[in-house]
Design a protein around this ligand. Structure first.
Ligand code: PMV
Length: 342
């Protein structure tokens, strides 16, 4: 959905016609939830992750981003959910430079998400995935999907995975990342119930928190060393559609990541009492034979992954858990793409 409109802008003396060029596109991407987590960068200089990860891309939560380049704009501007956002603008501008090149025209960017942002729901993942796709089409840079994933990943590690749909593996290579769709969303249509236990921005952003863990957590090196085994286990569980096996390794990996955070200095505890109540609710369902497991990211929300047959039970039980403010239910979805915003 890209277009050009060139219009003569007027004539000075001597009359030299100038051309104004506008190029725009709108893209949509969904957040993803890691089942095998990314936590830590390889070193301070690099934006490359220290570990690989495996995620599921969601269907019904999304961020829509419109990028418009115009050589008449005086600077970049960013509007997030109808409000000017100066804080995020430098990161967004850097990402556009990486996609289009530093000589690009200035851009007006508008972003809308249909779910709470900055609360451990990976809003940066869907935002940067949508941003690189929209910028690529608007500026006609024609990057490959893998390159777009790499560019999104430089802005937010987890964003690389939201370029793709279903079950996605991000593997570490020497000086790059490689993305693989392990199974499409329709191939194993699991459901996710997100229990919102608190809204509002999180205490410590993940970029800073990861660095604190790398520098201070006595468990960090073990975490990195063990990741390959968890990735292998999860990949095999997905290939076999073995829910119990995936549940076991995903919960283990999640709790291991949080152990790294808890043992950091200063400690980072993203859970609240309701997060623990939700974990307990999932445990009780599991003991009753309900096919469900939990995962938790850098925020207090609990994400319960379940088989479609269990989604109503899981939704009701989490909604009835004391302290839960709201629940959101979604299936798995496809990757980032251009939409028509006319
Ligand atoms: O992409 P970032 O920098 O926001 O980091 C994401 C970190 C976790 O959500 C906790 C784990 C993951 O793999 O998504």
């Amino acid at each position: 959905n890209h277009r050009f409109s060139a219009a003569a802008l007027g004539y000075n003396s001597p009359p030299v016609p100038t051309t104004r060029t506008t190029m725009r596109a709108t893209a949509r991407a969904q957040p993803n939830i890691a089942l095998i987590k990314y936590w830590g960068k390889r070193d301070t200089e690099q934006t490359l992750p220290a570990v690989g990860s495996i995620s599921i891309t969601l269907a019904d939560l999304f961020t829509t981003i419109r990028v418009e380049f115009d050589d008449a704009f005086q600077g970049d501007s960013l509007v997030v959910n109808d409000a000017e956002n100066a804080a995020m603008l430098p990161r967004v501008s850097r990402c556009l430079d990486a996609v289009v090149g530093g000589e690009r025209a200035h851009a007006a960017i508008t972003s809308k998400s249909n779910f709470p942002i900055a609360a451990g729901l990976a809003s940066s993942a869907s935002a940067f995935a949508a941003l690189v796709v929209a910028a690529d089409v608007a500026a006609q840079t024609h990057h490959s999907r893998e390159r777009l994933a790499g560019l999104a990943g430089q802005a937010s590690g987890s964003a690389a995975r939201s370029i793709y749909g279903g079950f996605v593996e991000l593997a570490n290579q020497d000086d790059a990342i490689a993305l693989t769709e392990l199974c499409p969303a329709a191939g194993w249509p699991l459901c996710v119930v997100v229990a919102i236990t608190a809204t509002g921005p999180k205490a410590v952003g993940s970029t800073e928190a990861m660095e604190t863990s790398r520098e201070t957590s006595p468990f960090y090196a073990r975490w990195v060393a063990q990741q390959q085994a968890d990735l292998d286990d999860a990949r095999e569980a997905i290939a076999a559609k073995d829910f119990a096996r995936l549940a076991a390794v995903a919960e283990h990996n999640c709790l291991k990541m949080h152990s790294v955070m808890w043992a950091s200095r200063p400690p980072m505890v993203y859970w609240n009492a309701t997060t623990l109540e939700c974990m307990d609710a999932v445990r009780r369902m599991q003991s009753e034979g309900v096919p469900v497991f939990f995962t938790i990211d850098a925020g207090p929300q609990l994400k319960a992954v379940c088989e479609p047959s269990a989604v109503e039970t899981v939704r009701q039980r989490l909604a009835a858990t004391p302290g839960v403010e709201a629940v959101m239910v979604t299936g798995l979805g496809g990757g980032a793409g251009i939409i028509d915003d006319d």
